[in-house]
Design a protein around this ligand. Structure first.
Ligand code: EPU
Length: 338
């Protein structure tokens, strides 16, 4: 069942080549349970891989790597004729799932079109884009408890969602394997168009009253114009989170940099656009060996081919240090460094 010394290059969107000591894929919860029982005799830690779109692998993994390939999508009616419970296997490709929903007229996750990764990874960091996060339509998920091998159901509250955060990145890290995720989606709903660039793109396309499909297409166009396709250029989306600073710090920066991009989070805090900070630090398009800061979106680090995880990690440290020196702002990595 397990393959030894398996190259993970095609299983991480940075396209970094590192070896897993042991590797196996699972397509059902039953197979997963069997693999976990077998793995008990191997004295190495477990590492669960989804779409590999939010990790930077910096070394060979002396671990038992299990790749989630649980597929399947089901749609169930609810008491409300407008609402449906849509469940996807954790190993479904996120964008294929979004396309399924859009094709079937199910509203709620269209703004999350084209985000790389798997369905099971989506709740781990509450993926978000263009004014929508999965917590907005999330209903529940099932996850296998690694020590008891029993499947448990988590509600949205149980998941403790935050900005690119959930309990699975914190208190329950490494304790559960997500097997399926259920969303509450609507046949008729208002489209979420308040994000500036969506309006601009729809205007570009000459569309006034967009359909669900047209919104999804607009998002795809925006992402394609700024974000590199991991199949062509290794990357992991935003490498850093947008930092949250005090209103005082934001006002102080604004006085010095009138073009500062910031959004109010609450009465006393603002979120700053990390991409703007990096660009203003002179690093947009900067290259270091085989990797660099993306030319069109400074929040994204890219592998031009053959970069090691450590090269990319060093580049990310340079970005953090440069931004800290210029603006006095700490950038936090969004990508998991392994
Ligand atoms: N900006 C720059 N220079 C850059 C990049 C951005 O000045 O190189 C400015 C833009 O002009 C804009 C602002 O920063 O005024 C925000 O840029 P953008 O709309 O591209 O979004 P972002 O804040 O950089 C976040 C998410 C993305 C998501 C977009 C759209 C995070 C860490 N990133 O990026 O998520 O697609 O908003 O909603 O919150 C991801 O998490 O992997 C990801 C791609």
């Amino acid at each position: 069942m397990f393959t030894a010394n398996y190259d993970l290059k095609k299983h991480n969107t940075f396209g970094v080549s590192v070896k897993a000591r042991w590797f196996a894929a699972f397509g059902s919860t039953e197979t997963l349970k069997n693999l976990l029982s077998e793995a008990k005799s191997i004295p190495l830690p477990l590492f669960i891989l989804g779409g590999g779109s939010n990790i930077l692998l910096t070394k060979n993994l002396d671990a038992v790597v299990l790749k989630n390939e649980i597929k399947g999508i089901t749609v169930e009616p609810t008491d409300d004729p407008n609402s449906f419970l849509v469940t996807a296997g954790a190993g479904e490709i996120w964008h294929s799932f979004v396309q399924f929903c859009v094709e079937n007229g199910l509203h709620g996750i269209e703004n999350l079109s084209l985000i790389p990764g798997s369905v099971g990874a989506a709740p781990m960091q509450n993926i978000g884009a263009y004014g929508v996060e999965i917590k907005d339509t999330f209903y529940s998920l099932k996850a296998l408890n690694i020590s008891s091998l029993s499947e448990e159901v988590f509600s949205a509250d149980d998941c403790k969602f935050g900005y690119r955060e959930s309990v699975f990145k914190r208190a329950l890290k490494g304790k559960y394997i997500i097997t399926s995720v259920t969303f509450l989606l609507k046949k008729q709903a208002e489209l979420s168009l308040h994000y500036g660039s969506i309006k601009d793109e729809l205007a570009n396309l000459g569309i006034e009253n967009p359909s669900l499909k047209e919104v999804s297409q607009a998002i795809i166009n925006i992402r394609n114009s700024k974000l590199p396709n991991p199949a062509e250029l290794g990357n992991s989306g935003s490498f850093f989170k947008n930092p949250v600073v005090s209103a005082q710090k934001r006002n102080q920066l604004l006085a010095e940099y009138p073009n500062l991009v910031s959004y109010q989070v609450n009465e006393s805090e603002y979120k700053l656009a990390a991409g703007w900070l990096i660009e203003q630090s002179g690093l947009k398009g900067y290259t270091a060996g085989n990797c660099g800061v993306h030319k069109k979106q400074a929040l994204v680090l890219v592998n031009y081919g053959g970069a090691t995880g450590n090269e990319i990690l060093q580049l990310s440290n340079l970005v953090q240090n440069t931004v800290k020196e210029k603006f006095g702002v700490e950038l936090e990595k969004e990508v998991n460094i392994i």
